[in-house]
Design a protein around this ligand. Structure first.
Ligand SMILES: [Zn+2]
Length: 453
């Protein structure tokens, strides 16, 4: 066993360095959320809600939130394995000026304080502002490099504006990828990371800006036992913490008459849950068995590094290719528009909604991540068989470095018909799951908040 540990310790950190690179999962979650919820009459025809600044919400609810967040912390400590407790000094306290409340809230929920949390809506691809004020993408995200936010039109909102809950939810479901979870670890060289109590970044390269969010957006809950034995740090993934926290705040805000923040928090919860349906977020190395990992690393230890380097590059390339394909295909469907594109239909497909038990706190781990990890090997194979080898089977090609300008949906159009169908089938299957789980979580929030009555 010691030898196995030694072998795995050699390979896992290196593989995860890459696994943690492309951590956005579905690129632009709003595209799927709009579709998934458009078939829920409660959301489609929901009355508009009044936009409210975060400070206004906090000032109105500060006393109640102190209790709600204390109870939430107790729940997470009792229910989320290897949860790093929130330091007592960061507990939310009521009273104080609005700016101070905002700071205390951000510290209590331990998010990146550089995120502005402006008031905005994302517009659907192709939709015009038509005289409404716009908001530059740099005002919604802290990312300055590779972000799909650059291609999105944002509408600037003001307190008192009225907006559709569906648009608030869809917009917010993309927001956790705008820098919310960046720099939170104590070795991320940020002042806040040193106070948040999350410890050192469990995997990923802390020097890379985007990688530090990965442990919050991935859930490695169903690896082989031997993997955890060798690499205990893999247990330190926290989407369950985020999902529960944002749900709790959503229910409180909806119940207390702050519907805008209710739906915005709900969208944040949806994001992490949707991430768990991406097989490359629910399995460390889809397509690579434990025995093969051991072999790869054994030859690596003997000085033959090519096999390990190849495995790392291929897993990373396929992860990125899947997200790139989904993003470009759905964006194109909005732009044409083609509401009956297979991926759009998959998000709206309610056929399986009743096949799942109603959403509960075990769903993210036991249902959603489990389902994605079960599909991981098949997904990996489908990608390998459907796309040109250059993108997914050539260890000399680094998708991460060359992605700019690459449109895998367009590339796939040149593949044989059967390959195109296989890729459509795989992605639609995954998005069918995303759609069903998205509606399931929203239904549970409506029931808990009394908003469905
Ligand atoms: Zn994410």
């Amino acid at each position: 066993m010691v030898i196995v540990k030694h072998i795995l310790r050699g390979i896992l950190p290196a593989l995860l360095w890459f696994a943690a690179g492309p951590a956005s999962a579905w690129s632009n979650h709003a595209l799927g959320t709009w579709q998934a919820l458009s078939v829920m009459p409660e959301m489609k025809s929901a009355a508009p809600v009044k936009v409210e600044r975060l400070e206004t919400f906090l000032a109105a609810e500060d006393v109640a939130l102190e209790k709600v967040l204390a109870q939430e912390e107790a729940w997470v400590r009792a229910n989320v394995p290897v949860y790093p407790p929130r330091p007592e000094a960061l507990a939310f306290r009521s009273s104080g000026q609005p700016a101070e409340l905002r700071q205390r809230f951000i510290s209590a929920v331990r998010i990146n304080p550089e995120l502005k949390l402006n008031l905005f809506l994302q517009l659907r691809p192709g939709e015009q502002l038509n005289g409404r004020p716009g908001l530059p993408w740099a005002e919604v995200t802290t990312l300055r490099g590779e972000t799909t936010a650059r291609e999105i039109t944002f509408q600037d909102l003001a307190e008192g504006d009225t907006v559709a809950p569906l648009d608030v939810l869809a917009t917010a479901s993309d927001e956790p990828d705008y820098g919310m979870d960046l720099g939170l670890w104590e070795n991320n060289e940020t002042a806040y990371g040193k106070t948040y109590g999350f410890g050192k970044q469990p995997f990923g390269n802390p020097a890379l800006e985007f990688s530090s969010q990965a442990p919050f957006h991935m859930g490695f809950y169903h690896e082989a036992g031997i993997i955890y034995l060798a690499a205990g740090f893999l247990k330190r993934t926290y989407p369950e913490y985020r999902i529960h926290l944002w749900q709790t705040l959503a229910v409180h805000a909806l119940r207390s008459g702050h519907a805008y923040w209710g739906w915005r928090f709900a969208g944040w919860a949806l994001h992490y849950q949707q991430d768990l349906s991406q097989p490359y977020h629910a399995r460390v190395l889809p397509g690579v068995g434990v025995a093969r990992m051991l072999w790869i690393n054994s030859v690596d230890l003997l000085g033959y590094h090519a096999a390990k380097d190849h495995a790392i590059t291929l897993v990373s390339n396929r992860h990125l290719a899947l997200e790139n394909y989904q993003y470009h295909r759905m964006r194109a469907a909005y732009l044409r528009p083609d509401p009956d594109d297979a991926l759009m239909l998959a998000c709206r497909d309610t056929a399986r909604d009743l096949a799942y038990a109603p959403y509960d706190d075990n769903s993210p781990r036991q249902v959603i991540a489990k389902e994605a990890q079960t599909m991981a090997d098949a997904a990996d194979t489908a990608l390998e068989q459907s796309l040109p080898a250059h993108y997914i089977a050539d260890p000399g090609y680094d998708f991460g470095k060359s992605e700019k300008g690459v449109d895998i949906f367009e590339v796939s159009g040149k593949s044989p018909q059967s390959a195109q169908q296989a890729l459509t089938g795989l992605t639609a299957e995954l998005l069918r799951n995303v759609g069903a789980h998205t509606r399931s979580l929203v239904r549970s929030l409506l029931a808990r908040s009394g908003a469905s009555r």
